[in-house]
Design a protein around this ligand. Sequence first.
Ligand SMILES: *Cc1c(COP(=O)(O)O)cnc(C)c1O
Length: 479
Amino acid sequence: MKYISTRGQAPKINFSDTLITGLASDGGLYLPENYPQLSTESLEKLRDLSYPDLAFAIMKLFIDENDIPHNDLKVIINKTYTKEKFSYTRECQDSKDITPLTKVDNHLYLLSLSNGPTLAFKDIAMQFLGNIFEYLLHKKNKALNILGATSGDTGSAAEYAMIGKKGVNVFMLSPRGKMSPFQTAQMYSLHDNNIFNISIDGFFDDCQDIVKGVSNDLEFKDKNQIGAVNSINWGRIIAQVVYYFKGYFSSTRSSDELIDVTVPSGNFGNICAGHISRMMGLPIRKLIVATNENDVLDEFFKTGAYKPRASDDTYHTSSPSMDISKASNFERFVFDLIDRDPEKLRSLWKKIDQGESFDLSNTGYFGKVSNYGFTSSSSSHQNRLHFIKLLHEKYNLIIDTHTADGFKAAFDHFDQSEEIPMVVLETALPTKFEETVMEAIKLKPPRPDGLSNIEQLPQRSFEIENDINQVKQFIESHS
Ligand SMILES: *Cc1c(COP(=O)(O)O)cnc(C)c1O
């Protein structure tokens, strides 16, 4: 299996190189040359597998034996998806499922994805990435300095995945004083030698601009072996494909049944994995994109116009991990939508990269969006409060603000009488966004054991001005 860039001007590479490279040299994103196809019979054979065995069965379809020997892949997967690492589930303390499914109502389900160390779905992919990076760097006798920017969840998931990994340092930029106390504590309470929290005097966008600036300095990047684990990394997408299969098998009895899936979305990484599962033959009828007030994706799926907004026009909402107005992974879906025409894709993204927009409404392409199952909804702070309250009062479940956006969208599209399972993906545990949950239900959501006093632990961060040169100096002197 080779990987091609959506923009068609970068060499084809194998799986392991997509992990280290991240963005293709032509600015595009990597996708497999084709999607492996699974028939109803082959799906049926996967139905009863444990999570790690399912992960192996799916991921090996995307990875050549001579790139990563499949026995090694199996070891990495078995080391990643353990009960110990993914143990924080509220209902299923002993679940071996990794991503347990809860029945909410007839034909309505919640797929828990937030049982990893940082209590958000990003752990599922990031923990895998941490282990496979360590393996690859050891094999290639290389080291890597991972540079990233975070507004909260990505940074902690990356750091918890890279703690103690040989050959890897993490330099994570975060905006000083702009994250929730829990998120800050999760990151800054880490004192490991290979983790550097850089607290920038500025906003998230300033942090992201510094990261982009450093990555565009190819000489510096090469010399200092700078890598990234952001959401365009193919390794993250492929790890996320697995739980769509798991959710499908848990909510159906035979592999000719259809399901609908609702996904709280920001950078389109999570739902992109849903798209790929569907392209592989997983019987998903609808893929419902849930956005918050930052609704550029909802606008596209309703009108055909994709109009990313500048960071100044991005709202700060109570589901902050979805406060994104330019969805990086959306390029992967559009590539498939326009029949994988790289020239056409380049002309569309030329506009996006210049800060403009594109509109497919008058092309044949927009009519085909529904062939891919996509539909969407957006939600507001009031909607979030309503659905957190509803789920608690009616179903005795406490959900976080992002998952609440998911339920808002799911109910917009759910028709119980159709008897088609609606699976809502849970993207974080409520304790991460305690303030809004308390506003809705006047109750403090439960916290996993061991995290109750996290805000009181000693914190370490390196304070740096909003200045790219100072960040570069810091990396050079600490790597
Ligand atoms: C990252 C994140 C999202 C958005 O996921 P994408 O893959 O960027 O679409 C939603 N909810 C939570 C809690 C997140 O951390």
